[in-house]
Unconditional design. Structure first.
Lengths: 588, 94
């Protein structure tokens, strides 16, 4: 069968499945819409959380980032998994016991302050909207590459599917579609990886293959990679380029940012018990780890594969003639994600590090005149099946997997945004006496509007769309995580302290980002760059952890000066620390 | 619940004692969490560089694989120990 029709078949079948689940899992009440009636099994929720969490970036881009940055990219691996330890130990069980529907609702009630709740909504919306734009553009890219429709049409089809199951089913519909999407995306990710690992190392398990011998050389994969990269003037794959300080702060920012992202936290509101919330975080990480342990193997093996393709007789020998290039390079050249430029006019492809002055004499000796093949980070995973010569149905599965990753994360984010608008803004501030039916309708309308806005921004991405890591994780780390933690672990932080802490965390982090990326991300308005940052070696993406420190300090100092919270708040904190009674504590 | 010992004693079954036991367990788990990630994978990497794993050093293994496996083990260990604490202090969900 033609590849196009195979892709269409796989994507169409998975979409039909998601819509079928949506019809089966309709939401009948606000409890259904916000928290799936708190009846989701912890393993089911773990799987849904994994799909919710693993975005287009995890699925499509992460292996490429690791391939081209080696050891330094470990910050993403540790950061985006270590946050689940913090969720399980510090936040999820207590927030489940408290029994709210949204994250700002907890902040508002614990700190008995409407202002705190509204700042919570503001942080949630900045973080989630930035995050969702990347998912929408991811949907467009996957559609245009695999189904030969325009970016715009692809994005609109994806938005229509999300609209259907998210508006109809709320959290309940999103949960069960996410479970299906997890299965699709994890199969799509691991099957090509298994074949590549088999071809290169003979080991059927990619994470073990990464530390096995390269069959061609009899040397370990990583040692071979370090040696060929060195021969081409590149930095060592396992070596460290970044400073200890920046690596530490970046990893920590991603960890506490992960734990503070509202669309992840609300998933733990759906399980029946406090003890389920603890185990569910563990299951989520098991399902996430299946992809996160595979990604570094895919990265290293793909990098080695590309060099091996270009230098079939070994580095230093004659490189591949452009006319002899394999089919997968031809396929991806049409998307401009691989670009060849024959700078020395010899008709052959050369890859090397032309930015390394120490390597320049060697390049001159070989008659090389600059790196000639630009390979985009994003294609490694998408091109994997073609690189490994896998059958057409694997390519179709990868197309469906990429879409599943983008759609599941988009739906989770939109749910967090819509829930916050209807529950925190409308019911919490504008119309407190709204009926349950009225609130459910409001939640659905808010969801529809959120999808429309996200679609528009996906089609016309603003400047901040590329800053998901800095903005979403920075704000979640500096503003949301510390406030939630203090709300649980301290009885003495009061309303003034919380508001001051959140504002200080938010403002310092935004200012630090703007100083390096430009004010409101307008080009050339920055005073510093990430290669020469304001404070030591701390890049703008690593500042969230420092912002969190400012948040803690401001909250503690202001609370000390303004007195302890009322007795009923201190009793509320004592109650949320004890698991018993969680099933009753959902009457909000 | 019938024991009437001093607060903080070995037989103290108060909510405050439950919370102290929880925080102790949590801090222990977070120390391990920090040692494998920020420790072995970053700051202590040169100290353990002699130990090699599959063509590289054990620090690289912790950075790209080992820490994730330890994180999973930590969460399940914590959830399991908390389950026993919940029952011991009679605060578990019926």
């Amino acid at each position: 069968m033609d590849q196009y029709y195979l892709n269409l078949l796989f994507v169409g079948a998975t979409f039909a499945l998601y819509i079928g689940i949506a019809i089966w899992a309709r939401a009948g009440s606000t409890d259904d819409f916000y928290a799936a009636n708190r009846g989701v099994h912890p393993i089911t929720n773990g799987m849904a959380t994994a799909a919710d969490w693993m975005s287009a970036a995890s699925f499509i881009s992460m292996a490429g980032i690791i391939a081209f940055n080696g050891y330094d990219a470990s910050a993403y691996l540790m950061g985006w998994t270590g946050g689940y330890v913090l969720l399980a130990l510090l936040l999820a069980p207590y927030l489940r016991k408290f029994g709210s529907f949204t994250v700002p609702q907890f902040i508002g009630e614990r700190f008995y302050s409407k202002s705190a709740r509204l700042i919570g909504v503001l942080c949630l919306i900045i973080a989630s909207v930035t995050y969702v734009i990347g998912q929408m553009t991811g949907v467009g890219v996957a559609f245009s590459r695999f189904l030969e429709v325009s970016n715009t049409a692809g994005l609109l089809i994806g938005a229509a599917v999300v609209f259907f199951y998210a508006v109809l089913g709320g959290m309940k519909g999103v949960t069960y579609t996410q479970v299906a999407q997890y299965v699709v995306l994890i199969l799509a990710y691991t099957i090509p990886a298994i074949f590549i690992s088999l071809q290169l190392t003979g080991n059927v398990i990619p994470p073990l293959g990464l530390f096995s011998d390269f069959q061609q050389s009899g040397q370990p994969i990583l040692a071979t990679l370090n040696s060929v990269l060195g021969d081409l003037g590149f930095a060592s794959y396992t070596g460290q380029q970044d400073t200890n300080l920046n690596l530490f702060l970046f990893t920590l920012t991603l960890m506490i940012g992960t734990a503070g992202l509202p669309h992840v936290i609300i998933r733990f509101f759906t399980v029946p018990k406090v003890s389920d919330a603890r185990y569910s975080a563990g299951w989520a990480l098991v399902f996430i780890a299946l992809l996160y342990l595979t990604a570094p193997a895919v990265g290293a093996m793909a990098r080695l594969n590309i060099i091996d393709t270009v230098y079939p007789n070994g580095v230093g020998e004659q490189s591949l003639a452009y006319d002899d290039r394999p089919q997968w390079i031809k396929n991806w050249e049409t998307t401009n994600l691989i670009v060849f430029d024959d700078k020395n006019g010899d008709g052959r492809i050369q890859i090397y590090n032309d930015k390394n002055p120490d390597f320049a004499p060697r390049a001159q000796e070989l008659g090389w005149n600059g790196n000639e093949l630009e390979v985009n980070n994003d294609i490694l995973v998408l091109a994997n099946p073609e690189i490994a010569n896998l059958p057409g149905w694997v390519i179709a599965l990868v197309a469906a997997g990429g879409l599943a990753a983008a759609l599941s994360t988009a739906a989770g984010l939109l749910l967090a945004i819509a829930g916050s608008v209807s529950h925190d803004l409308v019911k919490g501030a504008l119309a407190p006496n709204i009926s349950e039916k009225g609130e459910l309708l409001t939640a659905r309308i808010a969801m529809a509007i959120a999808i429309a806005v996200a679609t528009y921004l996906g089609l016309n991405p603003p400047g901040f769309a590329a800053q998901t890591v800095a903005l979403a994780f920075g704000i979640a780390a500096a503003s949301i995580f510390p406030t939630l933690m203090m709300g649980i672990f301290s009885k003495s932080i009061n309303n003034y302290g919380a508001v001051a802490g959140m504002l200080v965390g938010l403002v310092t982090t935004l200012v630090y980002i703007f100083l390096h990326k430009g004010w409101m991300f307008i080009p050339d308005t920055n005073s510093f760059t990430d290669t020469d940052p304001l404070f030591l070696s701390v890049k703008s993406t690593s500042f969230g952890a420092i912002g969190a420190l400012f948040n803690f300090a401001a909250a503690i100092i202001v609370s000390k000066m303004t007195g302890r919270p009322p007795q009923r708040i201190q009793e509320m904190v004592e109650a949320l620390r004890v698991p018993r009674g969680a099933s009753a504590a959902s009457a909000h | 619940m019938s024991q009437t010992n001093k607060p903080g004693g070995a037989h103290d079954r108060s909510a405050a004692a439950y919370w102290r036991a929880n925080v102790r367990l949590m801090v222990g788990c977070l120390i391990v969490w920090a040692i494998v990630s920020f420790g072995f994978a970053i700051f202590l990497r040169p100290l353990v560089a002699e130990i090699s794993v599959g063509g590289t050093d054990v620090g690289f293994w912790f950075a790209q694989q080992g820490s994730i496996l330890v994180f999973i083990a930590l969460i399940f260990f914590y959830a399991w120990r908390m389950g026993s604490l919940d029952r011991k202090y009679d605060v578990d969900e019926k």
